[in-house]
Ligand binder design. Structure first.
Ligand SMILES: CSCCC(=O)C(=O)COP(=O)(O)O
Ligand SMILES: [Zn+2]
Length: 211
């Protein structure tokens, strides 16, 4: 890690702390089965505005320090030979849109994959106590809409589709047949939101099975 840290740019230990948090987040997501095979990606915004983000193609539950690299705010790797997540631009988009965002998580759960393939352009969550984990939700009676966007291998194009909806999002979004994007002020908040959203998606899936 030493060679990757620009010690002049931020407080001592900030990069190492971000790497440790990303590794721990990957392990936690893996325990829930949300990052099968090489799925998912994880990032943290560093004090100088660059990002620590997972390298493309690794198992996110088995990350070591070398599995995390730095990119600039536009997604370009600081070390040109590094290959960041194929979905880096979606992370950059969240940070550019929300100055308060400090961590972004992307996972491929069964529930998000299956529910988003059932049709429709949103999932509406209503009546669940756990929805209070999302910003601005004070009651289970509120209605939380989670937008669903069609999957696209052209991530820049996908960013343009997502962009107009970011302001209204309370709980992140789902890419159809693919997975969820969630963020928060720091990794703990982002993980709590991801866990809350995945719990609610699992409930929705279970309710549809019961019908
Ligand atoms: C086998 S998962 C396909 C790629 C993907 O959707 C993903 O989340 C992981 O891509 P990355 O480049 O971040 O490893
Ligand atoms: Zn993905």
């Amino acid at each position: 890690m030493d060679g990757m840290m620009d010690k002049a740019a931020f407080p001592a230990g900030a990069y190492c702390d971000a790497v440790a948090r990303i590794i721990a987040a990957g392990q936690r997501m893996d325990r829930f089965g949300w990052v099968p095979a090489t799925a998912g990606n994880i990032s943290i915004r560093l004090p100088d505005g660059t990002l620590a983000i997972t390298r493309s193609g690794g198992h996110k539950g088995l990350l070591g320090p070398q599995g995390v690299i730095r990119v600039d705010a536009a997604g370009a790797p600081l070390l040109p030979a590094d290959r960041p997540s194929a979905e880096t631009l979606l992370h950059c988009q969240v940070y550019a849109h929300d100055p308060a965002a400090g961590a972004v998580l992307h996972g491929h759960s069964v529930a998000s994959t299956v529910l988003s393939m059932a049709g429709g352009n949103e999932l509406v969550l209503e009546g669940y106590e756990v929805q209070k984990v999302f910003a601005g939700q004070d009651t289970h009676a509120a209605r939380v809409s989670v937008p669903i966007f069609d999957n696209d291998q052209d991530i820049a194009r996908l960013c343009r589709v997502v962009a107009p909806h970011l302001d209204a999002m309370r709980a992140g979004y789902i890419i159809r047949g693919h997975g969820v994007y969630v963020w928060g002020a720091d990794m703990d908040v982002a993980l709590a939101r991801l866990e809350g959203l995945e719990f609610l998606l699992a409930c929705e899936l279970e309710r549809r099975r019961m019908r």
